[in-house]
Design a protein around this ligand. Structure first.
Ligand SMILES: *Cc1c(COP(=O)(O)O)cnc(C)c1O
Length: 375
């Protein structure tokens, strides 16, 4: 296989156990499984999540929810992002649970559910400081009242989303605390009206690690379950024993000599300062190795690291074997190459190298890369 993404399901399960142990058995876990489970494959991740005791799932697109239902997933599926009116027939047919931010969409939904004779579970989304989806704090009570008056909608939960829960800077911690407090006040107001808010939830990965007061009835850990901390600073008082679930592996498909002064790959960005051997590896930016990693990242072959040299191209990259001794090459043709996912060589470090976040690295593993499930 020219390139493959190994998905360690046992590690994913262990990461769920870690979260469970942290938040306590009584709280529910919603596994965000949007973007094909952050690139890990939605259906296998959904199945292992249920085995490990997850309660429900979160998707961004209605089509993602439909895929899970077609794969046999019966658990609740929350649609985190705002759906369009033309998605509503599938929301109803596949019994998905949309987040609602406003009265207009609630009414459209109620209308269509009524015509289909369906009763649709929904969650209300309240914007306590994220500044994206969700109704304003002032509108939350009127929206909740409206929804309880909709005959074909059932209020199953209320959520908010935290903007900066991953930061450990004082001002950011304070901002998150304010978000959580505002949310709790609104929930109290709703309860004071005699309305049952259902499942109350707010915590993403960052909040699970740093803000216990946000755990409430349910948590929504994405990145953490896929094996990455949301912050890099090593805080000794937070034990985070999680492991990256994905490993991107490829192979050496050709070894060749490059003479001093010769260049490697497009743009001639790397020129050999002495004779050397390079390995051509069959993974490129179309597979998910960012082009920005050119001349900056290193890969692992037989337990040793070797630098990428020259531009990463669409389907290939080149690695300097750092020797011109043909008798004693440390790498053979067809040897396996770990692009990322190993210890000290994970997607978070690659992300930092190219100026992004690990979310983007795993999400960008192309469809053409087969996912191979292990554990
Ligand atoms: C993606 C998402 C999450 C998970 O975020 P992580 O940072 O990966 O834990 C939680 N809640 C909502 C609404 C999301 O869209």
């Amino acid at each position: 296989m020219r390139v493959k993404a190994l998905i360690h399901l046992d590690r994913f399960k262990d990461n769920i156990k870690f979260v469970k142990a942290k938040i306590g058995e009584k709280r529910l876990i919603c596994v965000p499984i949007k973007a094909d489970a952050y690139g890990h494959g939605a259906l296998p991740i959904a199945k292992i999540s249920l085995e490990a005791g997850a309660f429900c799932f979160g998707v961004a697109a209605v089509s993602e929810g439909v895929e899970l239902r077609k794969g046999g997933i019966k658990a609740p599926i929350l649609v985190f992002s705002q759906s369009n009116p033309d998605d509503i027939p599938e929301i109803i047919e596949y019994n998905l649970t949309p987040f609602i931010s406003d009265i207009e969409f609630a009414s459209i939904l109620n209308d269509k559910a009524m015509r289909k004779n369906a009763k649709l579970s929904i969650h209300i989304k309240i914007d306590t400081g994220m500044g994206r989806m969700g109704c304003s704090m002032e509108d939350s009570l009127p929206l909740t009242r409206h929804i309880t008056s909709c005959s074909n909608l059932k209020l199953e939960g209320i959520a908010t989303h935290l903007a900066i829960s991953d930061s450990s800077e004082k001002k950011d911690i304070d901002f998150t605390k304010t978000q959580i407090n505002s949310f709790k006040i609104i929930i109290d107001e709703i309860r004071a009206e005699g309305i049952d808010p259902g499942i109350v939830h707010a915590a993403n990965s960052g909040a699970i690690l740093q803000h216990p007061e946000s755990w409430l009835d349910m948590v929504r850990p994405g990145l953490l379950l896929y094996g990455y901390k949301t912050y890099e600073k090593e805080t000794s008082d937070i034990d985070v024993s999680i492991k990256p679930v994905m490993e991107l592996r490829s192979a050496v498909v050709l070894i060749k000599k490059i003479k001093k002064g010769e260049s490697v790959s497009y743009g001639r960005t790397w020129i050999a300062d002495k004779n050397t051997y390079i390995a051509i590896v069959s993974a490129g930016y179309a597979d998910g190795l960012p082009r920005l990693a050119s001349n900056k990242w290193q890969v692992i072959i037989n337990g040793k690291t070797y630098p990428l040299v020259g531009r990463v191209s669409m389907d290939q990259c080149c690695v300097n074997l750092c020797t011109d001794n043909i008798e004693n090459l440390p790498v053979k043709r067809w040897d396996e190459v770990i692009i990322f996912g190993a210890e000290k060589q994970d997607a978070a470090m690659l992300a930092e190298t190219v100026g992004t976040i690990p979310y983007e690295i795993t999400c960008n593993i192309n469809m053409r890369v087969p996912r191979v499930y292990v554990g």
